[in-house]
Write a protein that binds this ligand. Structure first.
Ligand SMILES: [Zn+2]
Length: 400
């Protein structure tokens, strides 16, 4: 059994120890078992410590079947004698701030709103807790956050005590412990009593601050995002940077920013609508011009066609519809080459005695393509194996 120095004193940064064993796991990764360690293994929602053993980086620490495995970047050449361990204190202290902060915020939600925390995740940048409730209000979040920060400001002691389930029964625990012996209670007197195996600072003041960032519905409960300690400053720094950039872009101070963005979006929507109307008007002019170029083809029909390069098919559909509405004897064919594809729209007015669906296969077979539609309107596409002009020539022959 490895002596767990992190439980005796969470502030131990360096320590002397000896290697009891060096082995590889099933994936071939090397790890050592130590006589005593300050490296906290992943557990209870808290990520493991990192650091070095005699200068060799420790990349992961896991507790497996009672063994605390210190995974190392490379195999230790010499496993005899005393070695020096050093944990990455910035990482560990951050975890202590976050973990203690979580206890405080969870207790604050229980105290102010009666909402219990059902799970906790300590991520690289933010933390989340899941609250056993379907929704929370802004007011409730502010209330809990305020109480949590008051508890931090009061610099209350954080104690840890080992006890049996029988002894633990004397404390107002939030959750019944899952083990009956060696229960470790983390206690903030008159505020929070929790069975927990994590590392915590001596005083709530060391958490620094707690800030709730956001929350959302997750399954049947609320997942709440927050940060503690140094991460509050990091968040402030990031958000301040974004605000400064937006201030310059929107030409508006922070408190007018939402209004400025809203106005911008409304103006854009208005302009989009205007642009759409203008485009439609342009298509109407274009339709009139094409009608003037119509070639008579028999008694009840006139042929209108045109070839284009890089023109959206949607625009050509609208154009064809405008023409057949205005000129009832029109038979219209537009072909556009878009990259290596040919796209085609065919339409006819009320008068011509013609079924476009019947002639469609003869057109699309020319370009290895396919298409379909109705008697008076067809569309489709194929490969640009001939020019749009040549395809129109072919269609004209088919019709006349
Ligand atoms: Zn905990």
């Amino acid at each position: 059994m490895t002596r767990k120095l992190y439980y005796e004193d969470a502030y131990i940064k360096t320590f002397e120890t000896v290697i009891n064993e060096q082995r590889q796991d099933n994936d071939g990764c090397w790890f050592v078992l130590l006589d005593q360690t300050a490296f906290y293994p992943t557990g209870g929602g808290q990520p493991c410590d990192e650091g070095t053993l005699n200068g060799v980086p420790v990349t992961n620490v896991e507790e497996v079947n009672g063994e605390i495995r210190h995974y190392i970047e490379s195999k230790m050449e010499d496993t005899t004698g005393s070695i020096k361990g050093e944990i990455s204190w910035n990482r560990r202290f951050d975890h202590m701030q976050q973990h203690a902060g979580q206890h405080i915020l969870s207790a604050a939600f229980a105290e102010t709103c009666g909402y219990e925390t059902i799970s906790f995740h300590l991520g690289k940048e933010i933390l989340t807790i899941d609250l056993a409730v379907k929704k929370i209000t802004e007011e409730e979040a502010v209330k809990a956050e305020t109480l949590a920060n008051i508890i931090i400001g009061e610099a209350r002691q954080i104690q840890t005590k080992w006890m049996t389930a029988h002894e633990a029964a004397d404390y107002p625990l939030r959750k019944q412990p899952s083990v009956s012996e060696d229960i470790r209670l983390v206690i903030i007197p008159d505020f929070d009593y929790n069975g927990c195996g994590g590392t915590h600072p001596h005083s709530t003041s060391e958490v620094g601050a707690i800030k709730i960032l956001d929350w959302e519905k997750h399954k049947s409960h609320i997942r709440l995002q927050f940060v503690c300690g140094r991460r509050v400053l990091e968040q402030l720094h990031q958000k301040n940077k974004v605000i400064k950039e937006l201030t310059a872009i929107l030409q508006a101070p922070q408190d007018k920013m939402a209004d400025a963005a809203q106005q911008l979006i409304e103006r854009m929507k208005f302009q989009d609508k205007q642009l759409e109307e203008t485009n439609h008007q342009l298509l109407e002019y274009e339709a009139d011009a094409l009608i003037k170029e119509a070639k008579p083809a028999g008694e009840d029909s006139a042929f209108i066609s045109k070839a284009y390069q890089n023109r959206p098919i949607k625009e050509l559909q609208t154009l064809a519809r405008l023409i057949i509405t205005e000129k009832e004897d029109a038979v219209v064919f537009f072909v556009a080459q878009n990259a290596t594809k040919l796209q085609l729209v065919g339409a006819k007015g009320k008068m011509p005695d013609l079924n476009l669906k019947e002639i469609a296969p003869g057109i699309f077979s020319k370009i290895d393509g396919k298409g379909g539609g109705k008697e008076d309107f067809i569309q489709g596409g194929g490969e640009a194996v001939l020019s749009p002009e040549d395809l129109i020539g072919h269609i004209e022959k088919l019709l006349l």
